[in-house]
Design a binder for this molecule. Structure first.
Ligand SMILES: *Cc1c(COP(=O)(O)O)cnc(C)c1O
Length: 225
């Protein structure tokens, strides 16, 4: 059995320069999250605001915090107090609320727009063809900085099955980047999880979000990812 420290060292050694590792920490015990931080992980990804608050209270600003789960309007106020980046902005409506709450505390929130690259009905995220108008609308908000895209891609099947969705997302990323929209800085492309991160990196991801690869298989699965 590999330890968390060994897992982190392997992954950090393997990722090309310029690719950020986010440890996807949902449902993990505090001791394990502390272990990945101790092993050199600089960014923790949390799916749930309440869980993030609990862990943040202990670990604080030793690391950066990314929200990688769906954000509900009634959690935005708490979320903006903790997170350094929200990777899962999927509507103008939620962006407006983030903007309002950030305005109250004088913060400018870096965000990624979540793309529903697999066009899955049950999944969050903006459909590829709706992305540009959504990015334009969100970019006009004063307390939000659009800095890229995030996608999950369909989860079932072989890792290789994810490649077309990563390619499609990278193409949209490049297209938006080339349109040089005002107040949009297309810098980050967050895609790839344990089963698919190598493929995601090949296709241009510069943020990967890993849970099992670092922590080992999850014991509880709430099925919300
Ligand atoms: C859980 C989760 C991950 C990590 O998944 P693993 O398969 O454990 O690597 C990445 N991104 C999001 C949004 C998640 O919810």
């Amino acid at each position: 059995m590999q330890t968390i420290e060994q897992n982190v060292a392997r992954v950090l050694g393997e990722l090309p320069a310029g690719v950020q590792l986010v440890a996807a920490a949902k449902d993990r015990p505090l001791a394990e999250i502390m272990a990945v931080v101790g092993a050199g992980v600089a960014t923790i990804g949390e799916n749930y605001v309440q869980e993030a608050e609990r862990v943040y209270a202990v670990i604080g600003h030793k690391v950066k915090w990314h929200l990688i789960g769906h954000l509900q309007k009634n959690k935005v106020k708490k979320a903006v107090a903790i997170f350094d980046m929200i990777e899962t902005v999927d509507s103008v409506e939620i962006a407006v609320e983030i903007d309002k709450r950030c305005g109250e505390i004088g913060k400018i929130m870096p965000v990624l727009i979540e793309v529903n690259s697999g066009r899955e009905k049950q999944k969050a995220g903006v459909l590829p063809e709706e992305l540009e108008p959504v990015v334009r609308a969100i970019s006009s908000l004063a307390h939000i900085r659009v800095m890229g895209l995030m996608t999950m891609g369909p989860r079932s099947g072989q890792p290789e099955d994810a490649r077309p969705y990563f390619v499609a997302t990278k193409n949209i990323f490049d297209k938006i980047k080339q349109s040089n929209l005002p107040d949009v800085e297309m810098r980050y492309l967050s895609m790839g999880m344990t089963n698919s991160y190598r493929i995601a990196v090949e296709e241009g991801a510069n943020i990967v979000r890993l849970g099992d690869r670092l922590f080992g298989p999850r014991k509880i699965d709430k099925g919300e990812d």
